[in-house]
Design a protein around this ligand. Structure first.
Ligand code: NAP
Ligand code: GDD
Length: 345
């Protein structure tokens, strides 16, 4: 049985990747970090009692800032594949906690890949690189586009990307890097713009929110559906030779277009509810990301399965359902929903 270790398993992508690997018959070991509240919501539906002899999914405490925890996990588990998805992944937040972001994203990746080298565990390695690394490089962006990072997050991701390439070239590791463009889903963190919008649409529709405050509506992103991107990660590690791949739909839309479609799905006119709050502007913005994913299509046979319009629909419908269950759940859930509006980034 193939064995995979997934860092960032509790995040959006980690949960979809874990589902995919389990469906393919893998034994999956997820890394979770210590938190004062439960952080496994996205995985709970996959978890079986450890005493169940059919259990194939296990969670372990470790942290990308703690090299010894990573080395012991590798040594004890000896996985066939490692997917490094853990990150402080919010671009705006990275301007506020730049050192921490660099520690987790850049040094964390180095700690993990160095643990792989030092323990001598021969496995395949996937690095979650990001289209943010292209920053201000004009679209469409491909594997040969020069990088121009525009945030501490993007700078840290670029280091992680380069060290992955460097370890591949220096030590012959099977280390691949997926340069993924934005991908979303109903499991997307609530402070990323798509989920912030679809959640607000649902709350406004159900009468538990009045306004939605946003920043730059002119930014363009290439938004795809997260499960498609988990499939791309797996495909990369099935190749005989490691390599780097850009993954995206090849279609870009503005934040404004996303807003329009999302409100329209709920039968609302966005102009009545959306206001601009400069707090959400970034010190340096990434204006236009659009993938040229022809290499992934050609070599991996990868194709996106969900259009932009379908993605908006899936997310709005899921958030309407969630709002309804909060309303049914009573006062506490509702109060949490209302309180959290002021905390969105
Ligand atoms: P996400 O939902 O923010 O998940 C990040 C994961 O990293 C969570 O499981 C989080 O744990 C974990 N984590 C954070 N700090 C950690 C630490 N110090 N040690 C161990 N784990 C830590 O991100 P995502 O959207 O799934 O993205 C997955 C990866 O792909 C990230 O590296 C992201 O930067 C990259 N990426 C994402 C996109 C995208 O559009 N989604 C595009 C390109 C690249 P908690 O659950 O406890 O917070
Ligand atoms: N978060 C947020 N909140 N973004 C806003 C808002 C707001 O209120 N208003 C406008 N935006 C704009 C941002 O300025 C940015 O241009 C765009 O919406 C998308 O922002 P996010 O959804 O936060 O995503 P991101 O593109 O910065 O980063 C995501 O994608 C990267 C890949 O390109 C993250 O998932 C990164 O981890 C990932 O690497």
């Amino acid at each position: 049985m193939m064995k995979a270790l997934v860092t960032g398993s509790t995040g959006q992508d980690g949960s979809y990747l874990t589902e995919l690997l389990l469906a393919k018959g893998y034994e999956v070991h997820g890394l979770k970090r210590r938190s004062s509240s439960f952080n496994t919501d996205r995985l709970d539906h996959l978890y079986r009692d450890l005493h169940d002899c059919d259990a194939r999914f296990f969670l372990h405490y470790a942290d990308l800032t703690d090299g010894s925890s990573l080395a012991s996990l590798l040594y004890d588990l000896r996985p066939d594949e490692i997917y490094n998805l853990a990150a402080q992944s919010h671009v705006k937040v990275s301007f506020e906690v730049p050192e921490y972001t660099a520690d987790v994203v850049a040094s964390g990746t180095l700690r993990l890949i160095e643990a792989m080298r030092r323990t001598g565990v021969r496995c395949r390695f996937y690095q979650a690189s990001s289209s943010e690394m292209f920053g201000s490089a004009p679209p469409p962006q491909s594997e040969s586009t020069p990088f121009h990072p525009r945030s501490p997050y993007a700078c840290a991701k670029l280091f992680a990307h380069n060290i992955t390439v460097n370890y591949r070239e220096s030590y012959g590791l099977h280390a691949s890097s997926g340069i993924l463009f934005n991908h979303e889903s109903p499991r997307r963190g609530e402070t990323f713009v798509t989920r912030k919008i679809t959640r607000a649409v649902a709350h406004i529709k159900r009468g538990i929110q009045r306004k939605l405050y946003l920043g730059n509506l002119d930014a363009r992103r290439d938004w795809g559906y997260a499960p498609d991107y988990a499939r791309a990660m797996w495909l990369m590690l099935q190749r005989d030779a490691p390599d780097d791949y850009v993954v995206g739909t090849g279609e870009a839309h503005t934040v404004r277009e996303f807003v329009e479609l999302a409100f329209a799905r709920a039968g609302l006119d966005w102009n009545e509810f959306v206001e601009i709050d400069p707090r959400y502007f970034r010190p340096a913005e990434v204006d236009y990301l659009m993938a040229d994913a022809s290499k992934a299509r050609r070599v991996l046979g990868w194709e996106p399965t969900v259009t932009f319009q379908e993605l908006v629909r899936i997310m709005v419908d899921a958030d309407l359902k969630e709002a309804d269950s909060k309303i049914r759940g009573g006062d506490d859930a509702l109060r949490t929903a209302i309180d959290s509006q002021g905390r969105n980034m």
